[in-house]
Ligand binder design. Sequence first.
Ligand code: NAD
Ligand code: UDX
Length: 489
Amino acid sequence: MVTRVGCIGAGYVGGPTCAVIALKCPDIRVTVCDMNPTRINQWNSDKLPVFEPGLDEIVQKCRGVNLFFTTDVVATIQESEVLFISVNTPTKTYGHGKGRAANLKYVESVAREIAKVARGNKIVVEKSTVPVKSAQSIADILKANRNSQNKFQVLSNPEFLAEGTAIEDLLNPDRILIGGEDSPDGWKAIETLSSVYKRWIPADRIITMNTWSSELSKLVANAFLAQRISAINAVSAVCEATGADVGQVALAVGKDSRIGPRFLQASVGFGGSCFQKDILNLVYICESLNLPEVAEFWLNVVSINDYQKQRFAKRIVNCLFNTVSGKRIAIMGFAFKKNTGDTRESAAIYVSAHLLEEGARLAVYDPKVEADQVTRDLNNVTGTPDVVRDQVEVCSDPYEAARGAHALVICTEWDVFQTLDYARIFAGMPKPAYVFDGRKILDHEKLTKIGFEVETIGKRVRNVSQSHPAAITNGAGSGDGATGLDSCE
Ligand code: NAD
Ligand code: UDX
């Protein structure tokens, strides 16, 4: 029976995953370790480094009882029978494979540390998302450095949690995937790890397979999910050009039980730390295997996503009479999705950068993203900290962000945006007052009745300027007079 579990990497995956293991296995001592002392201090404080619904309660219950956060890598490795590697595997930004391949330096450094300090037998679990055959590299490093007392088994156990629902996903996952070596020692290791999950997950949801299938399945699962979003986003462009409504199309298509309704929500584009990174990783693998057609197929998922973000950002400028220079624009939501403070690859960053380049003044509001993070992201992407300092204001209140703005741009689908007092907001905006709903979450009819000009994804909204011929119309390449359904593109 396992009594000690360790995890290297106390990020969005390592922290919540270990918190749930500790909750469900009170007799297992779970230690989460990170080389970043600030992160560990946060895990040991009242303000956790990761916002996830339900996480605070679990950490409060287990921390100091059977859940520990530490920077002591050596002790964590030495004490643990099962050791998760849950470090970041970002896209490489240099050298061979730059912009595509996963940077495995953090995984490798953990493997080397384990090889250096481990004592006795250990099951090393690759939780990070990695290219196929990474477990082999970990095993090779461990084997090349091990002393005679040590025996290692390396398992692949990719994580499928989504941010914002991490705790729910961890408590009740669709499946747990474990890949391992096809040998008696491999099967034993798989059984040992399964025994931990079986404490709260039905056995029939635990799938075991060979290591390489497990590693590849993770990349493919993310690629499939992202591909659905790019598919519906591509359709959204057709809808805007024809007068069809992408919500209705998605409903009709998703009713086919072979297709299903989930992940068909057209949007300003997918973000998050995983989709783009993992698809590019898959693309790189295909290119390395000399499969250029396959690489191109998956690369198009990312290209359509870029196109969608760009299309949306350009539409804002077009609608605002082809110039946003000096205009205040409220960016509503900065996180890559609701219920998280994570901004990695958030569409809001891209849209904001585009508007800044056009000279706009931005007022950013997000319920969970700190001002520092907004500034850091925009500095990184624009490379112009002076512009960010002079043209970006981060607001702690949505009404403050909206005051005096020519447009509200909904970038994240936070529930709070659905219940704002839009009549009050409208009163404080120069006219025509625009709403760009990049998430299709607002009541567009109600907004147009208030007087807003509404633009959204994959649907033409009949706007005030079209219902009242005398009202100001925009001169920016307005759409088809033929149908009377004007759009800014
Ligand atoms: P993260 O950046 O939030 O956390 C990784 C942590 O690892 C960091 O705190 C970093 O300091 C630490 N770390 C790196 N090298 C270390 C070392 N040598 N020793 C100790 N600590 C070290 O990353 P994340 O979002 O938790 O993702 C981790 C992995 O899980 C990635 O491979 C990612 O692709 C995968 N994944 C992420 C998600 C998600 O929703 N974020 C979901 C599924 C899978
Ligand atoms: C994703 C996978 O869902 C998860 O299984 C994996 O472990 C990590 O990557 P995550 O990135 O946290 O999770 O969130 P997800 O819910 O998948 O959303 C990703 C992005 O797609 C968000 O920007 C979201 O707003 C967007 N999205 C999602 C859409 O635009 N439309 C949809 O229908 C669904």
